[in-house]
Design a protein around this ligand. Structure first.
Ligand SMILES: Cc1ncc(COP(=O)(O)O)c(C=O)c1O
Length: 387
């Protein structure tokens, strides 16, 4: 079966109730038939039995299984949030004295983990510019263990050639981790391009309707086993309720991502020559600096675009205030179109130089394009620009 079908038809084994839609196993723990079975479950952590929902749960497992199929991965674990997926990965594969390399253009909280927490535990990091992948080789040290990046990046939409990065990582025995949150596996599968681990904030397009938080990491079995033990013992596990919402969402992931991308491309082209804007950035616009790589790695351009207001920082605030129905919020990957102004909100604590380094200019607006009629979205943006 094809991934589009498997995203719908992969399901926890039907119970005696003969349910059609997948059931939700909202239970903290599981029971045993005998004292011997219970003892065995605790004695051998390779046994495929449910003990406690911090360790495993059938609804969570269904969600993980689907993501593994869609990403082309051997195994996976789910976490309570995207940040828990990122943090757990760093904690599992890095030790005191190690070094990691990261794209400087990463989500704000990831930046905080790298700059504020990892150094506290003796883990050093080096940043590279997503637009200068040739810089990476010079940053590799004997103790470099992990290379981390997002492609496309949030919010700059920078794209990197994953084949190039994975070849470097293989040569130097470095674990290559990709945050695939912006593309989703319906658009891009980083494992095909050599990533060792792929992770997501499932809060975004995987949920797709702005309801629950979640995260997931997939990759080779031996790596996931190590991550599983970290999550099982430290506790950032995904709740079965959220897993149920997310696994149901995966049934519509492909159709949603196609429509998000169709709408985003339409809007990007409609805004391209608008006199109020300096530029419009979208992976599948020929003007995108890494257009050729985007075409090679991605099935479509995804659901996020950015544009720069000529009126700068003040223009960004005004633009948001001029919106009549489009949502002003920091989330993304929703059926509802969302506008955000990183320079005055999510990235306001960075210095001007830091913002420049990660591609956040004063008038940058990030648009997470929803599933409304594209002409309504264009009209709403144009009226806000014209006011
Ligand atoms: C690219 C990216 N990675 C990770 C995260 C963190 O995810 P969560 O909010 O689910 O912890 C976000 C959140 O916006 C994100 O955009």
């Amino acid at each position: 079966m094809r991934p589009e079908t498997l995203a719908i038809r992969t399901q926890t084994e039907r119970t005696g109730e003969k349910e059609h839609s997948t059931p939700m196993f909202l239970t903290s723990s599981f029971v045993y038939d005998s004292a011997e079975d219970m003892a065995a479950a605790f004695a051998d952590d390779t046994l495929d039995v449910n003990i406690y929902s911090r360790f495993s749960n059938p609804t969570v497992d269904e969600f993980i299984k689907k993501i593994c199929i869609l990403e082309g991965a051997e195994d996976g674990i789910a976490t309570a949030t995207g940040m828990a997926a990122i943090y757990s990965s760093f904690m599992t594969f890095l030790s005191s004295g190690d070094h990691m390399i990261s794209a400087s253009a990463v989500f704000g909280s990831t930046h905080t983990i790298l700059t504020k927490y990892l150094p506290k535990w003796g883990i050093q990091y080096s940043y590279f510019n997503m637009n200068k992948p040739e810089e990476i080789a010079s940053l590799i040290k004997p103790n470099t263990k992990v290379l981390y990046l997002e492609t496309p990046s949030n919010p700059g939409l920078d794209i990197i050639d994953m084949n190039y990065v994975s070849a470097l990582c293989k040569k130097h025995n470095i674990l290559f981790i990709v945050d695939n949150c912006f593309a989703t596996p319906a658009v891009q599968q980083p494992i095909k391009f050599g990533a060792d681990l792929v992770l997501h904030s499932a809060t975004k397009f995987i949920d797709g309707q702005g309801r629950v938080l979640g995260g997931v990491v997939v990759g080779k079995k031996d790596l996931i086993k190590q991550l599983y033990l970290f999550v099982r013992n430290t506790g950032p596990s995904l709740s079965p309720f959220n897993a149920w919402v997310l696994t149901k969402s995966l049934e519509t992931l492909f159709v949603r991502m196609d429509k998000h991308a169709e709408n985003a491309f339409h809007i990007a082209r409609a805004l391209e020559n608008n006199p109020a804007l300096s530029w419009v950035k979208y992976p599948f616009l020929e003007s995108h600096p890494q257009y050729a790589i985007a075409k090679q790695q991605m099935k479509n351009g995804g659901g996020v675009l950015t544009f720069e207001l000529k009126a700068g920082l003040e223009g960004g605030r005004k633009f948001l205030n001029n919106l009549t129905w489009l949502s002003m919020t920091n989330n993304l990957g929703d059926t509802r179109t969302i506008a955000s102004h990183p320079a005055s909100t999510t990235h306001s604590k960075l210095t001007e130089a830091e913002r420049q380094e990660v591609g956040i200019s004063p008038g940058l607006i990030r648009l997470s394009v929803g599933l409304e009629h594209p002409d309504d979205i264009v009209e709403e943006i144009i009226q806000a620009l014209n006011k």
